[in-house]
Design a protein around this ligand. Structure first.
Ligand code: SAM
Ligand code: SF4
Length: 444
């Protein structure tokens, strides 16, 4: 009998990448094999994002492209998972009847059951209940990590968000903060290390808020301490960081714990106080700037990256220029830059002075140009630095070289005199700087 095949397409953030990987592992444990070709796959899953409108449109047009494949092979199944599934629910099936499965982010663990139900009844399945704890990893997951020889794993530690940034739909689709028990996270990481994982990236919309949900008495530093004890675990990363959650205790932990990496992904969102207020971010530019300087002073070698939005309602030329000045002063190592997109149901969507797409795009182009100059300059200022690098293996860019990441998450491609093992920690001197990181050579 032919093996069933699956194909997953992912939009959005790292949490979606992690969820897509968890679904892939579940499907493989059911005997499915991955296919690069959606036209011939038995099951196509779209792991979706609804943070901006454009990806949402793209998903409907992607479903339109998939429909003919299904018409040609009626046994094919199509599923929509992730945040847009949560937000739209049954509507997706009304708008795109080719869809057989709609699964919310907190219900992914039901994928095998929903597939069985679909086959048994022939009816489309929708499950978007949002009150469950985050997905737990199964024994099959660990086995698949081993077979894939993976070095890094994402570990969800806190779901949802209690902030109410005026532009953001996440709290509506992912619910309130729900932290996993520290012992459950530590057990998972221990098992991950046993199957070869060296680096974990602890994930949450506001990961430093870990443990702050009702009745909990632990925090992210307690979790760092617990994970730090795990022999064989080399690196702990954590993302995303809300500036209001960064405490002295956290800074001290990152500074002193050798396994906790010196990288903060800490979105600023705007560089003008009037915009920050309208966004309901809860801090001023000055407060953010002081925090950034404190981080750079106290944690040597740290890199600081962020997210920002252009074209928020009411953003004048002057406010935009103010933001550019702020970003020039702050010198982020990198920023993910987003064009504002009105999300129905969020306060910003009904604010006056929504900007035209032309203005938003023109500002975005200016911002990207500026950030590219800043990122390259920051890397140039670190030429000659010797970085501690976790070796990923031969480089995809140039097979004669090796690739890996520094503690501060900068990418390095480097020449070697003798080939290092995948997963080894080596030292590399940065010899030329690029937008994305460095080229260099391994030093003994
Ligand atoms: N929880 C994270 C935080 O607050 O830092 C970010 C979560 S969100 C999935 C990722 C990024 O998408 C945000 O930091 C923001 O820059 C951007 N974003 C969110 N809503 C947006 C919107 N309506 N339009 C454009 N960008 C948006
Ligand atoms: Fe959205 Fe703000 Fe929560 Fe981030 S902190 S997920 S931007 S509401």
């Amino acid at each position: 009998m032919n093996q069933k095949t699956y194909h997953i397409e992912v939009w959005g953030c790292q949490m979606n990448v992690a969820d897509a990987a968890a679904m892939a592992r579940r499907l493989e444990s059911l005997g499915y094999v991955e296919s690069p070709d959606p036209a011939s796959a038995d099951l196509v899953l779209l792991e979706t994002c609804c943070v901006r409108e454009k990806p949402e449109h793209k998903i409907y047009s992607r479903l339109g492209e998939l429909r003919p494949f299904k018409e040609a092979r009626p046994g094919m199944r199509i599923g929509v998972c992730g945040c847009m599934a949560q937000k739209e629910g049954q509507t997706i099936i009304r708008k795109a009847p080719c869809v057989d499965l709609v699964i919310g982010p907190r219900r992914l663990f039901r994928l095998p059951e929903l597939l069985a139900e679909l086959e048994y009844t022939g009816n489309a399945q929708v499950d978007v209940v949002d009150d469950e704890a985050p997905l737990e990893v199964t024994e099959q997951d660990f086995e698949l990590y081993r077979r894939q020889g993976a070095l890094q794993a994402f570990v969800n530690i806190i779901e949802g968000c209690n902030y109410r940034c005026s532009y953001c739909i996440v709290p509506f689709v992912r619910g309130k903060f729900t932290s996993r028990e520290p012992a459950a996270v530590a057990n998972e990481v221990r098992r991950l290390v046993e199957v070869g994982i060296k680096e974990v990236n602890l994930l949450g919309q506001s990961v430093l808020a870990y443990g702050r949900d009702e009745g909990r008495t632990f925090d992210i530093v307690n979790l760092f301490e617990l994970l730090h004890e795990i022999d064989g675990l080399e690196r702990i990363r954590f993302t995303t960081n809300h500036p209001l959650e960064v405490s002295d205790r956290i800074i001290e932990a990152v500074k002193t714990m050798p396994k906790v990496m010196e990288h903060f992904h800490m979105p600023i969102q705007a560089g003008d106080d009037r915009l920050l207020k309208a966004m309901k971010r809860g801090y001023t530019v000055e407060r953010y700037e002081n925090l950034l300087h404190e981080l750079r002073e106290r944690i040597p070698g740290i890199s600081i990256t962020g997210d920002c939005i252009v074209g928020f309602p009411g953003e004048t030329d002057e406010m935009f220029e103010n933001s550019l000045e702020t970003y020039t002063r702050l010198q982020f190592d990198q920023q993910f830059m987003f064009v504002y997109s009105a999300r129905p149901g969020t306060p910003a969507a009904t604010m006056p002075d929504q900007l035209s797409q032309e203005v938003k795009v023109a500002r975005m182009i200016k911002l990207v140009e500026l950030q590219n100059v800043i990122s390259t300059a920051r890397n140039e200022s670190q030429l000659g630095t010797i970085f501690e690098v976790l070796v990923d293996g031969p480089s995809h860019r140039d097979a004669t070289k090796y690739a890996g990441r520094a503690r501060n998450n900068k990418a390095l491609v480097f020449t070697v005199t003798h080939p290092p093992q995948r997963g080894a920690i080596v030292h590399v001197i940065a010899e030329s700087a690029h937008l994305w990181g460095f080229s260099g050579s391994m030093v003994e």
